[in-house]
Design a protein around this ligand. Sequence first.
Ligand SMILES: Cc1cc2nc3c(=O)[nH]c(=O)nc-3n(C[C@H](O)[C@H](O)[C@H](O)COP(=O)(O)O)c2cc1C
Ligand SMILES: CC(C)CC(=O)C(=O)O
Length: 393
Amino acid sequence: MAPKDETPSDPITVAEVKEIAKTKLNQPTWDYYTTGADENRTLDRNSKIYKKLLLRPRALRNVADVDTSAYIFGKRYEIPIAIAPSAYQKLVGPGGEIDMTRASYTLGTNFTLSSNATTSLEDVMAALPPRDAKYPAPWFQLYFLRSREQTKAVIKRAEEAGYEALVLTVDTAVLGNRLGERKKPLVLPPGLSTANRASRQAGGVSKGRLLLNAKTAAEAKKVDQENGDFLVDRSLEWGEVIPWLRMQTSMKILVKGIMTAEDALEAMVAGVDGIVVSNHGGRQLDGVPSTLEMLPEIADVVKGRIPVVFDGGISTGSDVFKALALGADLCLIGRSALWGLAYDGQKGVEAVLHILERELWRTMVLSGASSISKISRSMVGIAKRDGFGVSKL
Ligand SMILES: Cc1cc2nc3c(=O)[nH]c(=O)nc-3n(C[C@H](O)[C@H](O)[C@H](O)COP(=O)(O)O)c2cc1C
Ligand SMILES: CC(C)CC(=O)C(=O)O
């Protein structure tokens, strides 16, 4: 069935939702959400690439019924679009992470909770009504701390609370060089804290960020000595960390931040259950390609053996279509979901997901793909002098 249209007074694109969000967010929060690293080259490239990639539709393919559902780890997603982990969602309003996760639930999809969430992982889970077992439970994103004890404790909490998967972020050994934030570090307002530190009194967001943003080596050393256990462990390696995680938990394990075919292979050899192709929304290493550019080479080595989750720059349903065509099994939205949250809490996030659902559905109808599995690489390409293809985006 065709998704229902918005009422005429509602925003009908994510770009419109973003405009409204801008009027609702205070300056530091807007700056934190929109930032990229260094010169924003990767941030810009992530979204511009979708305009470069064109659609190559097929006609007369019976699109009377178009089904947007997908299956990941055997669980049903009504749309192949879920919500990426992003820190400090209560900066937007008291609903924060709970509004996000409830919206994903309503749309029949899923949510990944950030390690640096402002709501405890138990409270997020408790905010969801019971769900049919054919649907997924939320995933938990992990920043692996230098203290194995602390890392172990938070994994245990996530497992006990019923999270389905652990998403280890591997692109943030140190914070990217976010120029605005360095001049004006984000300070969490009173009353907000990171609720998923295993030992809460150690807290440490502001201290952690201070180290990552430290102006002098001496300043960094001081914070490191005081709070080092709560910083990301930079000594991790594939062959050790994935088996270690496996010993701690029976949750699925994904790694987030894969940008090369080589790392996709490393991840599979190490035994992960899935990967997330991501450059952290252009907030980490500036100068890397867009995620869409790297997706084909990664999908080609994965060969369907494990799910390829994808994020970066998605703001329309046709962006989702293009990522699926190039090999993604599931797309995540980071900032687009945050704009929805700022626009109207849970309802705003639902509005964003509905917009993307409608746009994806329409793109599928007009491209001749009646199900996700019928979206093929031949349905996208770029115009080149010698033909049409995706080899060089
Ligand atoms: C404000 C903000 C905070 C984020 N916090 C986290 C985080 O805590 N952990 C993480 O793995 N990724 C984090 N990310 C990265 C997202 O999970 C995702 O990779 C990225 O936002 C995708 O790009 P998009 O915003 O263009 O959709 C954050 C992104 C943003 C915009
Ligand atoms: C606490 C930060 C490291 C969260 C994050 O991943 C981000 O701001 O991109």
